[in-house]
Design a protein around this ligand. Sequence first.
Ligand code: NDP
Ligand code: 2IT
Length: 458
Amino acid sequence: MTNSAVMVKNEYLQEVINKVKEKCGFEPEFIQAMEEVLTTLEPVVQKHEKEYKDIALLERLTEPERIISFRVPWLDDNGKVQVNRGYRVQFNGAIGPYKGGLRFHPSVNQSILKFLGFEQIFKNALTGLPIGGGKGGSDFDPKGKSDNEIMRFCQSFMTELQKYIGQDVDVPAGDIGVGAREIGYLFGQFRKIRNSYEAGVLTGKGLEYGGSLVRTQATGYGLLYFMREMLKANGQNLNGKTVIISGSGNVAIYAAEKAYEFGAKVLGMSDSNGCIYDENGVNLDIIKEIKEVKRGRIKEYLNYVPNAIYSENSGSVPAVYKIKAEIILPCATQNDINLETAKILVANGAIAVGEGANMPTTPDAVEYFIQNKVLFAPGKAANAGGVATSALEMAQNSMRYSWNYDEVDQKLDGIMTNIFKNCEKAAKEYGYEGNYVVGANIAAFRKIAKAMRAQGVI
Ligand code: NDP
Ligand code: 2IT
């Protein structure tokens, strides 16, 4: 059902998949995300085929409303002009203003941003909040750049982006390589150019200038709230479980924090170079010091805990996934867990996988987990806590008021619990009990399809 090689029987659906593949042949990540979603929608499309076909619903759903691409020139510290490419993919605004993060990473291209924007439509629908789907970013590499270089880049990026965004139009936030520092510089430039304090134009802001409590923690905490519900529904819990987490950025750190709160033990974390293994449980204060304060490499953990083990990545299985654990939380990037890795994880006794990252598991690996009865929490549901809390930040900005920590955290917990219940229910309704991949896609799609149909052919 989730394997992209599987042909669907419904002719309309297959025709749309084929057309998108033909048109977007050079966008492998987008095709992967599109095919993963569309193949799971077959039971719904089968039921409403004529209705959807008449209004070209799937054709419109797979075509972004707008893609903006622009030049980003900036001066480095040596006075040399550098040029990057910026993007914003405004994929679908049927449910609310386009909403989704900005990614700054050298790998960024249109395919990656279309995959992320497409996923975001569904994720945002699942939150139950009024936000459409979008994503943006740049091939800019923040690694090794000075604070001033980051600021000049963000200012140049926003000088162009500000033409296309607004609190009722499109609301960017962070993603890989974009955190509180970058959002601050982006917001400052937006405010200077527009001469207007439109706090709701960006989320993930600092608490002093319109940010929301819990937004920093939200994706990681939300992932664990979803995991708690998924385990509970299957007669399990997190207490005493061993955990491995890929990544050591925003999502990974706060996933680890909540995992500890729920009584689990994090044995390993990673960055793009390699992983650390600490049999006593990874010390998060040290990880925060290395990553949030020093912006260093995870290998530096050994300077603090000499008994820990560092393994450099090599080959097609990232080192962190060779650590034996029960709960697997991929919180780094896409296509991190392939079939080979999935087989190792299952052989090592994994009981559940929770995608903190977007599309970290390849389709054949997802299939393998599900076949082997490993509980699988798909990213568009399990990592929706970040964008949900962004929507709560927008709500607070509109009210010109802020909720306290417990209020936001309780709302986040409620939203994640609800998302789990909706995925569980939709899966069951269509005969896929326990398959939260199918459940998430169908629950989200039904809402988007209704909103699109109601608004006519636009
Ligand atoms: P960060 O930039 O804070 O951290 C990214 C982490 O992933 C770093 O540890 C990075 O290591 C690691 N990584 C490993 N391989 C790669 C690679 N090839 N490309 C990029 N990073 C890599 O990002 P976030 O924690 O915000 O994002 C992590 C994932 O979670 C992404 O998939 C993102 O789309 C998703 N996500 C984020 C949300 C948010 O609110 N921030 C919300 C929902 C999903 P290194 O430092 O070596 O590059
Ligand atoms: O992938 C994601 O959901 C994010 N990077 C967060 C987006 C947001 O608008 O908070």
